[in-house]
Design a protein around this ligand. Structure first.
Ligand SMILES: [Zn+2]
Length: 358
């Protein structure tokens, strides 16, 4: 019976990897069906834990792997046979398959849902460099205007306790037609902190515990956007550009400090996609205050980053995205600018939903 169960787990994982469900089925049954219920159940529980569940899981998985491989090697040595090694490898395969299935069921299937760009009204026209620059200038103007009130209020307190930011996310989810408001996760420190620091990762969610893990060095004005971006992941927006889109909109409908954080992100993103001459125009539009804050972010990254680790980290994440059928890999980060520019907004920044005719 155990053999059969093990075979079934491996077969199921292989089937899930090789024959994905159609996107509209995933959307209906999972992303708008089971997943939101699971999320609103699991995140409040992991929020209660004083540590990151992912740390425990990583240590546990590492220990299990060592025990299985070590045990197999030991008994191969004792019996002078290769058979125990084969059994050990088979056990590792079963463990990996079970982990992959758990990943898909708890969060990962969200990679296979209907893209957000199919659910909201989008212009078909290509995005010109001129429009990207205009968006950047808009971000610069917002930063100049918000710098003083944002700094006056400050960023004290945990982001998940910021009622306005939480309400902002709920408002965006309502506008996008989500069936249930996501439960925000608090930004937890993790044993992976040094890795985040060295590889330049701002944060991530733990797909097995639906909790948010953050880079310990984030500056106060970076935290609201990072929180909102990760909450968008928790809300089922697995795609990076979509998570940034949702997170940015959530910041925009919150208080001045969160708005400032959202615009800071967008300014950074736009600036990175512009050619040098347009970028100069953008930098010139920025007042001294926001410029200092951006300089502080660059300084933070320069201080803690380990370029080789950053490259390795990016390569691993790129492979991970491709394994989850995100073909652009890590470049999908830049798509958020396109997504914002193509989306039709009503009164302020409310995305217009597309009427779906069955
Ligand atoms: Zn993300």
């Amino acid at each position: 019976v155990i053999r059969l169960t093990q075979l079934a787990i491996v077969a199921l994982a292989a089937a899930a990897a090789l024959f994905p469900m159609p996107a509209d089925e995933v959307e209906r049954l999972y992303s708008r069906g089971i997943y939101p219920r699971v999320q609103t159940l699991v995140t409040p529980l992991t929020n209660q834990l004083p540590f990151a569940l992912l740390d425990v899981l990583l240590i546990g998985a590492g220990g299990a792997l060592l025990a299985v491989i070590g045990g197999a090697c030991l008994s191969a040595w004792r019996t002078r046979r290769f058979r125990p090694l084969g059994a050990g490898i088979a056990n590792v395969v079963v463990l990996a398959a079970a982990g992959y299935l758990a990943f898909l069921v708890l969060w990962g299937l969200n990679y296979r849902r209907v893209p957000l760009s199919d659910r909201i009204a989008q212009e078909a026209s290509a995005v010109s460099e001129e429009r990207v620059l205009q968006l950047g200038l808009r971000a610069a103007a917002a930063l100049n205007r918000l710098h003083e009130p944002a700094h006056a209020t400050g960023w004290a307190g945990e982001a998940s306790r910021n009622r306005e930011l939480v309400a902002g996310l709920a408002a965006v989810q309502r506008a996008l037609g989500d069936p249930r408001e996501a439960e925000p996760g608090r930004l937890k420190p993790t044993l992976l902190g040094p890795y985040f620091r060295g590889s330049g990762v701002d944060g991530m969610i733990n797909p097995f515990g639906l909790e948010v893990l953050a880079n310990p060095d984030l500056l106060p004005f970076e935290r609201p956007f990072v929180a909102a971006h990760e909450w968008a992941h928790l809300a089922g927006y697995a795609d990076e550009a979509e998570a940034s889109f949702v997170g940015w909109l959530a910041c925009l409908s919150a208080d001045a400090p969160a708005q400032y954080s959202g615009w800071l992100f967008l300014y950074w993103q736009v600036s990175g996609t512009l050619a040098a001459s347009a970028r100069t125009q953008l930098t010139d539009a920025l007042a001294e205050g926001p410029r200092d804050d951006l300089r502080a972010i660059v300084e933070r990254m320069r201080r803690s980053e380990w370029p080789a680790l950053r490259r390795a980290g990016r390569a691993v994440y790129d492979q991970y995205l491709k394994a989850n059928r995100v073909d652009e890999g890590i470049r999908s980060y830049d798509r958020v600018v396109t997504l914002i520019l193509r989306t039709e907004f009503a009164d302020g920044w409310t995305p217009v939903r597309r009427e779906i005719t069955p």
